[in-house]
Structure formats: structure tokens, C-alpha cells
Design a protein around this ligand. Structure first.
Ligand code: NAP
Ligand code: HSE
Length: 431
């Protein structure tokens, strides 16, 4: 049983044998000697839970079961690796495994983002570990550094490229001038994006991940519902080109910053980043987290944020931690976080904005736009203009930092008065 301070052999049950599950199994197999030496105990995979018993697998059929309860209820199993995904039945299975005295390692960002506070507290109350390093940033160590090495800092801001699929798409749009739909099809063909890419492309995946990181950094569960979210479907080649002209790239960022005591502003949206920012050079399926702490200053972690091998690396790192803790007779790495943090609305954000509009190309239009922005305390910082057919013009502005509500109100007034014919696009800018 898991409580045993010195089991002879660690017995593992795996839930899921897809991209991550098969990678974790392979790492346990290929690096057995090293992993055994590092834990100080041998281990064996007892059984693997799957959904489809007809699929061809690289292991004997006897290793697999579609009865996942038989794994979490097996008194011989010490550690469950939950690598199946989704909230249900994964959540019930994790809870049941804990109640049956098993340590759990999971890669499931949706489950941890929605139920992490409750599940980690449950594990802790049973003197068990529940680890989830693989849930954010694939193979990049982010969860453990936030829980331990950086824990003494007040985190003043975190910004992350936390989704490989969208970063791949945006990198292709920038480097090859591809349209969004072409870049998405390529990401799907390469196996980065799923057949239904909604979770990635519409920012849900990044919202889960920034919610998890923010919960650790601020010590309270940051509810997913409180994370403002926009995806990347609206970004066009034209915006990429204008951004480049102004010295910026466009990335899908998860951002969180404190807003006074007990409140954070957490958001996911396409963002213009100066080309000189360290995150701007993170391309393709790579992920990165940039953080500013009051004592540590700026730090950045980057690496492969998705895929079988990098994610397996994080899962097995957690498993080794569990093994060491079991041997030491503790569960030191399960750090519970409570609930009750407030999330500020996006309308309170103060940042700079990129705006692309179309207008009638005639006298006083530019002056009228600048006047209305000025009335709403929005100051213009840079501008690009292009003449279009039919006596019209396209203008791109960058603003100085201002309150989002003021920027939106000014834009609304300019649109409803007809001064601006078309608002083509606008994005937030990080400086
Ligand atoms: P996947 O390739 O779709 O594999 C899922 C596995 O779980 C499959 O073996 C599937 O069985 C099994 N499964 C799913 N639902 C089941 C159910 N209701 N009953 C029994 N078995 C079930 O998924 P994945 O990409 O490995 O992702 C697994 C988890 O890791 C998810 O939480 C994901 O968010 C997370 N994650 C993934 C990555 C990545 O790069 N893929 C990176 C970080 C984190 P069958 O084989 O029979 O279909
Ligand atoms: N779909 C995710 C991505 C997998 O593209 O980053 C890793 O969490």
C-alpha cells in the first residue's frame, strides 16, 4: 500500500496509453536503471487502462484493461499515472485512487485547473502526493520551480506562450506569410493540433495553464471562469505585417498580474510583443514562461511544451518525486492552495493597444480620430497609413498605455459616429 514507508517494488497503474501514456511507459522502460537508482527502489507497471480494446498496441494485450476502476481499486498498486485527459471520468478516478491510498501523477490541465485545489488538499489530507508538472508546459519545469525555488517571491507578472499548436500556427503565419487556415491545416497534419482544434485555437488550453500557474504563484485557485480568454482565429497576415513594420510579433499569451490584495487579472489573448522581448524568439511548438518576481527579477523557462517525449519527462520526474517521498515516509511536494481569490475584469486592464481601421481618405478625419481618443485619455504613440482603392485609407495606430474601458469607449464612439468606417482589428500590446 502507498502508506508503506519502504515498499519492495513500486507498483504503477497507468490510466491512458495515448501520446503521453505511451511516452511515459517508454521512458519507464528505456531509462529503468537510472530511474531505479534515483528513487532507490525498483518499480513495475502492473496494468494500463484504455478505452478501446481493439486498438493495436505495442504491448501484450494482457497489460491492458478497459475496467479503469480495477486499477484505482487494486490494493497492490501504489502510484496511479492519470494520462487520459478530460474532467470525467478522470476526476472520479483520481479521487477514488486517492481515497484508496494511492499517490497520483497527472498531466491533466483541465482537471487541475478546475479541481486542483480540492484534489491536492484531498491528497494532502491522506498524506499522499498529487503531482501535475506535465499539465503545464510539457517538458519544461514550471510547476516545481513555482512551488519551491521561486516561492519566496512576490510574483509581479507572469506571461507565457503555453500552447504549442497556436505558437506553431502564428510562427508559420509570420515566417511564411501563411493564412491562419493554411497554418492550422499544417499543424493538424503534423499531429500538433487535434482534429477539433477548439481547445488550442480558442485559448481554452492556455487559460487552463495560466490558471494553474497563477494558482500556485498566488496561493489560491484562480478560477478558469475568471480568466479572460480570446483565441487566435481573428489574426490576419495583414496584422502580422503591420506588427512587423512596427517592430513587434503577435503571440498568444497567458498573462497574470496581481491587482492589490487578494485579486489578480488573468487573461489569454493575442498580444503584440516587441521583437526584442525574450518571448518573441520562442517559435514553432516551443513554449516559454517569463516571470518577474520582486527578488529574483526576470526569469524565463523555455522548451518543448507538448508531445510524447517531453511530456513523459515531466510525468516521470513527478513519479520519481513520489517514489523518493514514499521512501522518506512523507508527501512533501503536494502543496495545497485554497480558494477565494478575486479576478479583476479585463475592462480594468491598463496596457497599450494596436488598432487597424479603414476610413474615408479626406481632410480632418485623422484630426477627428485623435480628438476623440484624447477626450477618452487615450494618447497615440505611433501610426502607419496606406491608401486603399475607392478613396479610402487604412490606418494602424499604437497607443500609449491606457485603461481598456477608455480605449473601447473611444473606439465605440468613433465607429458609431461614422468617423471610422471599419474597425479591422485591435490587439493588446505588451511593452
Ligand atoms: P490521447 O493521445 O488522446 O490519449 C488518451 C488515452 O486515454 C488513450 O489511451 C485513451 O484510450 C485513454 N482514454 C481516454 N478517455 C478514456 C476513458 N473514458 N476510458 C478509458 N480510457 C480512456 O491523449 P494525450 O495527448 O496522451 O493526453 C493525455 C493527457 O495529457 C491530457 O490530459 C492532456 O491534456 C495531457 N497533456 C498532453 C500533452 C500532449 O502533448 N499530448 C502534453 C501535456 C499534457 P484509447 O487508447 O483506447 O483511445
Ligand atoms: N495541445 C497542447 C499544445 C498540448 O498544443 O500545447 C500540450 O498541452
Amino acid at each position: 500500500m502507498a502508506e508503506s514507508p519502504n515498499p519492495r517494488v513500486l507498483r504503477i497503474g497507468i490510466l491512458g496509453f495515448g501520446t503521453v501514456g505511451s511516452g511515459a511507459y517508454r521512458m519507464l522502460h528505456d531509462n529503468r536503471e537510472e530511474i531505479t537508482r534515483k528513487i532507490g527502489l525498483s518499480y513495475e507497471v502492473v496494468r494500463i487502462g484504455i478505452r478501446d480494446s481493439e486498438k493495436t498496441r505495442a504491448l501484450p494485450k494482457t497489460m491492458f484493461t478497459t475496467d479503469l476502476l480495477s486499477i484505482v481499486d487494486d490494493p497492490e498498486i501504489d502510484v496511479v499515472l492519470e494520462l487520459m485527459g478530460g474532467v470525467e471520468p478522470a476526476g472520479d478516478l483520481v479521487e477514488r485512487a486517492i481515497m484508496n491510498g494511492k499517490h497520483v501523477v497527472t498531466a491533466n490541465k483541465e482537471l487541475i485547473a478546475k479541481h486542483g485545489s480540492r484534489l491536492v488538499a484531498l491528497a494532502k489530507s491522506q498524506s499522499l502526493d498529487l503531482h501535475y508538472e506535465a499539465a503545464v508546459g510539457g517538458g519544461i519545469p514550471l510547476v516545481q520551480p513555482l512551488k519551491h525555488q521561486l516561492a519566496g517571491n512576490d510574483v509581479l507578472k507572469m506571461m507565457g506562450i503555453l500552447n504549442g499548436t497556436t505558437n506553431y500556427i502564428l510562427s508559420k503565419m509570420k515566417s511564411e506569410g501563411s493564412d491562419f487556415s493554411v497554418a492550422l491545416a499544417e499543424a493538424q497534419a503534423k499531429g500538433y493540433a487535434e482534429a477539433d482544434p477548439t481547445n488550442d485555437v480558442d485559448g481554452f488550453d492556455t487559460a487552463y495553464k495560466i490558471s494553474i500557474l497563477a494558482s500556485i504563484a498566488f496561493g489560491k485557485q484562480v478560477p478558469v471562469a475568471g480568466v479572460y480568454r480570446e483565441g487566435i482565429r481573428t489574426i490576419t497576415k495583414i496584422d502580422m505585417q503591420y506588427a512587423d513594420l512596427l517592430g513587434y510579433c503577435i503571440k498568444l499569451l497567458g498573462v497574470v498580474e496581481p491587482r492589490g490584495q487578494g485579486c489578480v487579472l488573468a487573461r489569454v489573448h493575442p498580444t503584440l510583443l516587441p521583437n526584442a522581448h525574450p518571448l518573441a524568439s520562442v517559435n514553432g511548438v516551443y513554449n516559454a514562461l517569463w516571470l518577474h518576481g520582486d527578488f529574483v527579477g526576470d526569469v524565463m523557462f523555455s522548451g518543448r511544451g507538448a508531445g510524447s517525449d517531453p511530456t513523459a519527462s515531466a510525468v516521470i520526474g513527478d513519479f520519481i518525486d513520489v517514489g523518493r517521498n514514499m521512501l522518506a515516509g512523507g508527501c512533501g511536494s503536494a502543496i495545497p492552495y485554497g480558494i477565494g481569490i478575486e479576478t479583476a475584469p479585463i475592462s480594468e486592464l491598463v496596457t497599450s493597444y494596436y488598432l487597424r481601421i479603414q476610413v474615408q481618405d479626406r481632410p480632418k478625419v485623422l484630426g477627428a480620430i485623435a480628438t476623440v481618443f484624447g477626450e477618452f485619455d487615450v494618447s497615440l504613440a505611433a501610426m502607419e497609413m496606406k491608401t486603399l482603392d475607392g478613396g479610402r485609407g487604412e490606418i494602424v495606430f499604437l497607443t500609449h498605455p491606457c485603461v481598456e474601458k477608455s480605449f473601447c469607449d473611444a473606439l465605440h464612439q468613433l465607429e458609431s459616429s461614422g468617423t471610422i468606417e471599419v474597425v479591422c482589428n485591435w490587439f493588446r500590446v505588451e511593452g
